[in-house]
Design a protein around this ligand. Structure first.
Ligand SMILES: Cc1cc2nc3c(=O)[nH]c(=O)nc-3n(C[C@H](O)[C@H](O)[C@H](O)COP(=O)(O)OP(=O)(O)OC[C@H]3O[C@@H](n4cnc5c(N)ncnc54)[C@H](O)[C@@H]3O)c2cc1C
Length: 405
């Protein structure tokens, strides 16, 4: 890249904004193109907006001054231009895809109207517009069904309950947040939601969305049981938004395939954030998106040695209720394999739970609920993947000493 090269970034979410800001600081001008009406914002905090804890202004990102509001609809790789929905054509020397994820829309009967829209009262939970739509519809006593019991569904259920809705959380698998948590921690999350008044149903598959006059009235379970609903939130996961890349003929598998230089199969096009598949992994999390943006900014600004080699990212969730906040953090493998060492501390009175899993003298995972004092020390031991001292004591020490974090 030369200093006159035009860098165009598609997507003004966490990754795109971070990249544009870093490049601005490094003296490389950028054209950032984003389709959303709002000022760029931190999506991770949307549940707090829904819960009424933050206003949309509070979650705004410190965005670079120059932002083009447009939806990119095509990439002409030979001509090195992108075309926008309004017909504008933008030329690039380096293009960066930071297009994020789309919500997964589950295959439910009745989910779409004849115009292929979601019925009134049915909302995804991905954008600030989704969040504002939900916030407008939620009132004390409203009957809400949240479909999906992962991180997103748990956050949405808690936020709606805090706003006074009567919430049912329908989770298809046998426990909540099963991707991140072990069964004991899942149980504590379920108990926390139940204490907030949420009805948690696991092993519960929603089959049908029933509407009258284009508005949702109920959802029906696979066993035929029907639940009245004024509001339905779809929290069934996300998938990389890779349509533009695919249409342009780039290598796309689960996400847009990139190498350690965050380069796609076209050397003039890079990709970062949720839309990316790096070394077989699609993260769908904020920390990898930010780390990829930083690595690419350095690279595009002339640090030819900059590489992205993967992120060992922990999941953190704070569920603020009317009483005390409920914090949890989980990383790596939270369930032991035969032969692993496990240390577990449970305090039923305080509702805390801490567990680490060690394999061949290395910390391979852990989960902390309610008591996160040791999270910094544990994360460092896990990220460093250094062998733990072998005198037997350190495991318990890791769980009980906050290590200055
Ligand atoms: C409610 C919620 C809670 C979450 N909580 C957590 C959490 O606790 N921890 C965590 O690590 N992660 C969490 N996440 C995930 C996290 O928000 C994402 O990993 C992160 O936002 C990824 O950043 P990104 O820039 O890649 O994508 P996004 O933030 O999705 O930004 C992509 C942007 O690109 C725009 N765009 C896409 N295509 C085009 C186009 N063709 N033209 C113009 N613009 C386009 C989109 O409109 C969007 O604004 C949460 C997500 C949600 C929705």
């Amino acid at each position: 890249m030369t200093s006159n090269d035009r860098v165009v970034v598609i997507g003004s979410g966490l990754a795109g904004v971070r990249l544009a800001r870093r490049l601005g600081e490094l003296g490389t001008p950028v054209t950032l193109v984003g389709e959303e009406e709002h000022r760029p914002y931190n999506r991770v905090l949307l549940a707090e907006v829904l819960a009424g804890r933050y206003s949309p202004e509070v979650i705004a990102l410190p965005a670079p001054a120059e932002l083009t509001r447009a939806r990119v609809t095509g990439i002409d790789r030979a001509g090195r231009t992108v075309v926008c929905a309004d017909g504008a054509v933008i030329a690039y020397d380096r293009l960066v895809l930071a297009t994020g994820s789309n919500p997964v829309l589950p295959p439910l009967r009745g989910l779409f109207t004849e115009d292929h829209e979601l019925p009134e009262g049915v909302h995804a939970f991905r954008t600030l517009d989704d969040c504002l739509g939900l916030a407008k519809a939620v009132r004390p006593g409203v009957r809400a069904v949240v479909i999906g019991g992962g991180l997103l569904g748990v956050s949405a259920a808690r936020a709606l309950a805090v706003r006074g809705a009567q919430v049912v959380l329908a989770q298809q698998s046998e426990r909540l947040m099963e991707r991140q948590l072990d069964p004991a921690a899942s149980e504590l999350v379920a108990r926390h939601l139940t204490d907030l008044g949420v009805e948690v149903h696991t092993e519960c598959r929603v089959r049908d969305v029933r509407c009258v006059g284009g508005a949702v009235r109920s959802v029906e379970m696979a066993d035929g049981y029907a639940l009245d609903a004024d509001l339905v939130v779809l929290a069934c996961g996300v998938h990389p938004r890779a349509g533009l890349a695919q249409a342009a003929g780039l290598d796309v598998r689960k996400g847009v395939v990139v190498d350690d230089e965050l380069r796609t199969s076209d050397p003039y096009i890079h990709a970062i954030g949720d839309c990316v598949q790096h070394a077989g992994t699609v993260y769908g999390l904020a920390t990898p998106a930010l780390e990829q943006a930083d690595a690419l900014a350095a690279l595009l600004a002339g640090d030819t040695g900059s590489r992205y080699t993967g992120t060992r990212s922990l999941t953190r969730l704070t569920l603020t209720g009317p009483d005390s906040p409920f914090d949890l953090a989980a990383f790596g493998e939270t369930e032991a394999l035969p032969g692993d060492d496990v240390v577990q501390l449970t305090d039923h009175t305080r509702g805390t739970y801490r567990k680490v899993v060690v394999r061949d003298d290395r910390l391979v995972g852990g989960v902390l609920v309610g008591e996160l004092g040791t999270v910094g020390a544990l994360a460092r031991a896990w990220e460093g993947a250094e062998p733990l001292p072998s005198d037997g004591g350190p495991l318990l020490h890791l769980l009980t000493n906050d290590g200055g974090s």
